[in-house]
Design a protein around this ligand. Sequence first.
Ligand code: ATR
Length: 273
Amino acid sequence: TDRYAVFGNPIAHSQSPWIHARFAEATGQELSYERQLVALDGFAAAVQQFFAEGGRGLNITVPFKEQAWLLCGSRSPAAESAGAVNTLQWTDGRLHGDNTDGIGLRRDIKNNLGQAIQGRRILILGAGGAVRGVLRPLLEAQPAALTIANRTVAKAQALTAGLTRFCPVDACGFSDCAGRQFDIVINGTSSGLQGEMPALPEQLFVRDSSLAYDMVYGREATPFMRWAATQGAGAVSDGLGMLVEQAAESFRLWRGVRPATAEVMAGLRSRLA
Ligand code: ATR
């Protein structure tokens, strides 16, 4: 049986084994997929051991995505610009790294939520690893313009380097967004984990048409999602679909077949309930 796993720390709550087991069933592929808690100082050794023992592919999650990037002998363009890798495989005698988070986000917005990206004004909140990981695939979908807003403005500014060839990209603080409107607002900060949301001005959304998207997911709506609903956003979503779509893209890279995602998303939603 072909072996796959997800490496992280912590890892106990990872839904990836469940998601990939559904994909394997649905596509008739025989494989195993486990979660592995990796010591904070033991990542490179664990990766080496996994592939030396014949493992076929890994997903990498917090806090190892940047370390995974460093280990790779080759990388996809998305991984290259993300500076982070969430999907590893051993091909042509070297470790190849990919990053499927951005494609997952793009597919969730376009295919599952039915919202165009092309030609629309995007505001993305945050400038950490989560945001850097998704920028390039978002830009490749040709938005009209992309604004990166962050509490620490200098970090947002640093992210814009090399990205302006896709569309106009600017960086600012949250309060600088006052008086501007956006068609898609994506929360990529970790503020929700503290039960908070970014200190945003009012009237960012085009009433009844803008999409508010939080990259995290959970049983309940995040503070950002609740706020967006009161601000008149036309659609509000958490990041559960992104999680399933990034997994589907990893599965496709490993197995050459793209699994359907709708039923897995619904199943995961009811598992959380
Ligand atoms: P991740 O890998 O999840 O992106 P990170 O690199 O630590 O984690 O980045 C966290 C992001 O959430 C940053 O953009 C951070 O803002 P700063 O760069 O100013 O630190 C943002 N963030 C965290 N808590 C926040 C809060 N309470 N309000 C607003 N932004 C917050």
